[in-house]
Design a protein. Structure first.
Length: 365
């Protein structure tokens, strides 16, 4: 496919939805800093070929249009950038030949965009921004074995499992995305999807300023430590935020959930073999420790499942109690059956200065 290589680009624009004319203007501008090469990809051309041709520090720029087929990134420092939600990654046509490149691995797993490192050699410094990913059987964007991954200003919707998934990774930044109508979580962070084990350190991973709607759960954090979920708008899901741990050592927790707006997550999601049904769940801690839940607005989450309510503590599926968590300075109103619900056996969790009307047990408001 034709590939245009342009040396010494100006710094990338911060506007995630920049029109094509702005992109072309940036190509011709005087360089503000040293940068890698630019690979332009047009609708009908192969993103994977451009990604495979790129070197560390290069940018693969998608022009507006639809692109069929999965993409797998294994080059450190690569930027994959679209022109906003008008650059759309979709599954390959059923009649299309199976690719013989890295995309085949990602497609076989059922994902749209894969960012893939290893436990021994984490893939560093990849950026994915300003594109849409939709219609894939499993995850829209799926990352494993990465460090310093940035996913920014993407529109990830109507995928079968997770919208944006990151496992076995550190120092990620997932920000300013819209993730909606995915079968599981809008954003899913885990130590490992396929195995048990103690919580891993996410080393400061940040999930911030995302819009997460109409998923099973807005944000799920499973068996991780040292990360922050902050300033997200989370509404219309079955559950808002789930922090999930178990008996593994180290325990899940030592993380922050702060300044999020978690409102009316009242869809009904049926039970599965591991969990009861989910409905009306705001922020849920289950089997977590030393987690700080502060300064959130949690309103109008109403349901009749074990997880229902505003901010809820409940023991894990294997019976592990929450320990040494802090719930403080939150606005928690209009939730049912309670704004604050401690349904756990742990005795060392702290509730302070929350504005709420109904607590379970009484006396926490």
């Amino acid at each position: 496919m034709p590939t245009r290589r342009v040396h010494h680009l100006a710094a990338a624009t911060a506007a995630a939805t920049t029109a094509l004319t702005t992109v072309l203007t940036a190509v011709g501008a005087a360089p503000a800093r040293a940068a890698g090469d630019l690979h332009l990809v047009r609708p009908g051309e192969s993103i994977q070929q451009a990604v495979d041709a790129a070197l560390p520090g290069d940018t693969v720029q998608l022009l507006p249009g639809e692109y069929r087929g999965s993409v797998r990134i294994t080059t450190p420092g690569l930027t994959l950038r679209g022109a906003g939600r008008d650059s759309v990654l979709l599954p390959a046509d059923a009649s299309a030949p199976v690719p013989a490149d890295g995309a085949a691995v990602c497609a076989a797993a059922g994902h749209g965009l894969c960012v893939a490192g290893t436990d021994d050699r984490p893939l560093a410094g990849v950026t994915v921004e300003a594109l849409a990913v939709t219609g894939f059987r499993k995850n829209g964007i799926s990352a494993s074995g990465t460090t310093g991954l940035t996913v920014r200003a993407t529109f990830v919707h109507d995928n079968g499992q997770q919208g944006i998934s990151q496992e076995k990774s550190t120092r990620g930044v997932i920000t300013a995305n819209e993730s909606t109508r995915n079968g599981q979580s809008g954003v899913f962070l885990a130590n490992s999807v396929d195995s048990e084990g103690g919580a891993l350190s996410a080393d400061g991973t940040l999930v911030s300023a995302n819009l997460l709607t109409d998923n099973r759960v807005g944000v799920t954090v499973r068996r991780l430590r040292d990360l922050s979920v902050e300033r997200n708008r989370i509404h219309g899901n079955c559950g808002g935020v789930f922090v999930v741990g178990d008996e593994g050592v180290p325990r899940a927790g030592a993380l922050t959930v702060t300044r999020n707006q978690v409102v009316a997550n009242n869809r009904y999601c049926p039970p599965n073999p591991r969990l009861d049904h989910i409905q009306g769940a705001g922020i849920v801690l289950t089997g977590a420790e030393e987690t700080s839940v502060t300064e959130n607005e949690v309103r109008d989450n109403v349901g009749a499942s074990p997880f229902s309510g505003g901010i809820v503590l409940v023991h894990s599926v294997v019976g592990v109690a929450n320990a040494r968590n802090t719930v403080a300075d939150n606005l928690v109103l209009g939730n049912g059956p309670a704004d604050l619900a401690d349904r756990d056996t742990g005795t060392d969790n702290s509730f302070a200065r929350n504005q709420c009307a109904v607590s379970e047990p009484a006396g926490r408001c």
